[in-house]
Ligand binder design. Structure first.
Ligand SMILES: Nc1ncnc2c1ncn2[C@@H]1O[C@H](COP(=O)(O)OP(=O)(O)OP(=O)(O)O)[C@@H](O)[C@H]1O
Ligand SMILES: [Mg+2]
Length: 304
């Protein structure tokens, strides 16, 4: 089976997000599984994009290896380390699971923006600011910012994120934790943006999540890292300030959805096979363009 809508395993499920299913291994570790679910406008589609969860997991692995000086939650991706209770599911888990450190997640999303788009552009148009910080006048949509900006957000209960100021993030988390995670976020963004640029790809913005270890002190990078679901990647040759460039992967689905008379509330429309296939192809292209590695090679490694 290469796709899964919900995933049940003979382990206690401790979380289920829009894309991931999280199971308990023991007090200190979790089985973190990326399904092939896809969401757009915060609505999860009924159909799956085969291998999408593997693409996201493989990209995260790629970036964690490049940022090995930042503490992260990855313990193992090898089949041999799966708990014996789930060894029968090794084939479908291969490439889409990580055994991770169980963390207390910080309730703030660490967003870094290098370009003016999305909710950042919306705020700038309204107030001339981003996350409350004033910006030069006359910037256009998708313009490159003078320098990358940290624009934290909280997960609002409505499902849509709410932008907050750095000062508010410091009040929520404590100044020291906030500053550590913010500095890691800048470091990751700058590293990844430079790396992507050499491959003809712009990293417009991205979101990180951090947790703290059982000691309550160590700030640890968690969740997915620099994937098409947590980031905007643009082909550099299609970037033109003044309009929102097509992003690599989900844009194809969003474009198709925006041509429909759909109010962006559940239930979602039924995705035709060519939209599923086209979306899958773009996720795999994004993996290969960014990592410089064939997706098949990734899967051979993960199955061995
Ligand atoms: N090491 C970790 N320990 C505990 N929780 C983690 C860890 N890494 C990530 N998480 C959490 O696991 C979940 C990942 O699931 P997923 O990406 O599907 O969620 P989401 O749709 O983005 O958000 P939500 O959880 O609000 O539905 C997130 O809630 C994330 O905060
Ligand atoms: Mg998530």
């Amino acid at each position: 089976m290469t796709s899964m809508q919900t995933m049940d395993l003979p382990l206690r499920k401790v979380g289920s997000g829009k894309v991931r299913e999280i199971f308990e291994i023991d007090d200190s570790s979790l089985l973190f599984v990326a399904t092939d679910r896809i969401s757009a406008y915060d609505v999860v589609m009924d159909e799956l994009i085969p291998d999408k969860g593997r693409v996201l997991t493989g990209m995260t692995e790629h970036w964690l290896a490049l940022a090995s000086d930042i503490p992260n939650h990855l313990i193992s991706m090898s089949l041999a380390d799966l708990p014996s209770a789930v060894q029968d599911y090794a084939e479908e888990l291969a490439g889409r699971f990580m055994i991770v450190k169980r963390l207390n997640m910080l309730p703030v999303e660490f967003v870094v923006r290098g370009y003016l788009v999305g909710s950042g552009w919306a705020e700038y148009k309204r107030n001339g600011t981003i996350a409350g910080m004033p910006l030069p006048e006359g910037l256009r949509e998708a313009d490159k910012l003078p320098e990358p900006l940290f624009t934290p957000a909280t997960k609002a209960t409505t499902g849509h994120d709410e932008n907050i100021s750095e000062a508010t993030a410091g009040e929520i988390l404590g100044e020291k934790r906030m500053a550590t995670a913010r500095d890691y976020s800048f470091q990751l963004y700058k590293m990844a943006a430079e790396y992507a640029e050499q491959r003809g790809i712009i990293l417009a913005d991205t979101k990180f999540e951090f947790g703290v270890d059982a000691d309550g002190e160590t700030v640890v990078l968690a969740d997915e890292v620099l994937t098409p679901d947590s980031s905007r990647f643009w082909p550099a040759d299609e970037w033109k300030p003044g309009s929102n460039p097509p992003s690599f992967d989900k844009q194809f689905l969003r474009d198709w959805l925006s041509g429909l008379d759909w109010n962006k509330e559940p239930p979602p429309p039924t995705l035709p096979q060519d939209v599923i296939d086209g979306t899958r192809r773009r996720y795999i292209e994004a993996y290969e363009a960014i990592t410089g590695k064939f997706f098949d090679t990734y899967m051979q490694e993960r199955r061995s």
